[in-house]
Design a protein around this ligand. Sequence first.
Ligand code: ATP
Ligand code: MG
Ligand code: FE
Length: 341
Amino acid sequence: MKILGIESSCDETAVSVVEDGRHVLSNMVVSQIEEHKLYGGVVPEIASRRHCESIVNVTNLALSEAGVALSEIDAVAVTYAPGLIGALLVGVNFAKGLALAAGKPLIPVHHIRGHIAANYLAYPELKPPFLCMVMSGGHSHIVWVKSYTEFEIIGRTRDDAVGEAYDKAARALGFSYPGGVQMDKAAKEGDPSHYHLPKPRVEGCPYDFSFSGLKTAVLNLINNSRQKGETVVINDVAAAFQATVCDLIADRLMRAAKERKADKIVLAGGVSANSGIRERMQKECQEAGMKLYMPPLCYCGDNAAMIASQGYFEFLNAAKAGMNLNGTASLPITDEKFDRI
Ligand code: ATP
Ligand code: MG
Ligand code: FE
């Protein structure tokens, strides 16, 4: 079964064709990052406009790269939540038009379920149940993936997402948006023991995170050093930040894995591209005798192959929508917000 996936929840216009949820036939991504960089973050109105301009071309490219005509597609899957509402609406309405015109089923996909499904593309043997650490620009969740379409949130951030904390700390250190990758590079050159950063805990909730405290600690460290006339060693701050994030994630995730008797741990989302987190989790899982799955770097960030993959499993679970499908800016991974037909 061939599914055309469409993703436009943030600043990537992406379209992909995936067969049976696992085999990528094409994967087109047009990023708007260079334009948003000028403003230090994603400007929602610009994002919506660029999606409108790109979506037809990106779709044609994805179909031609896959070597299939629209009539050979079996269903259209689209990210309908969560994300920037104007950006989501471009993909949702385009998908509705395409599905209606071609007479194909329309499958709504939750963006974060898609990030998890990125792993199904790379690991044919991977099947739920498993424990997943979702870490992206807007989310930081420990999720128990019961089946392809059933999820339980075990832990979550109480404030900033880890990607958001990376980007804000990076900005304070003078890196351009989005600074996560640059922080990762700088961290590898730095000494993590030069500066000490706190590891915030959420009282009574052993699997929850608080990343905003960590970000604030970086801002305070920079301000205090400047006030004292000391030079801030950027690579050392980045290294301390990265080491602290690794400790926090490894601690919560491994404890949750033991509690759930998980034998598989899966990473998902843009921040799962982080080299420090990947290395640390490899070591932790090896020591604990657990199997670790991490998305290949090309599927960590936003793409539509992951949406088409999850769309396949949603389709098998009868999640078809009608022409009244709407975009939804925020929606927990456990929920569904559309009328099934
Ligand atoms: P969400 O998926 O929650 O809606 P999003 O789609 O904006 O948010 P993603 O595209 O999954 O988020 O991830 C983007 C985030 O990943 C950014 O915050 C970016 O800085 C971060 N990121 C990417 N690569 C790395 C890296 N190597 N180290 C740390 N952070 C990284
Ligand atoms: Mg993006
Ligand atoms: Fe994302």
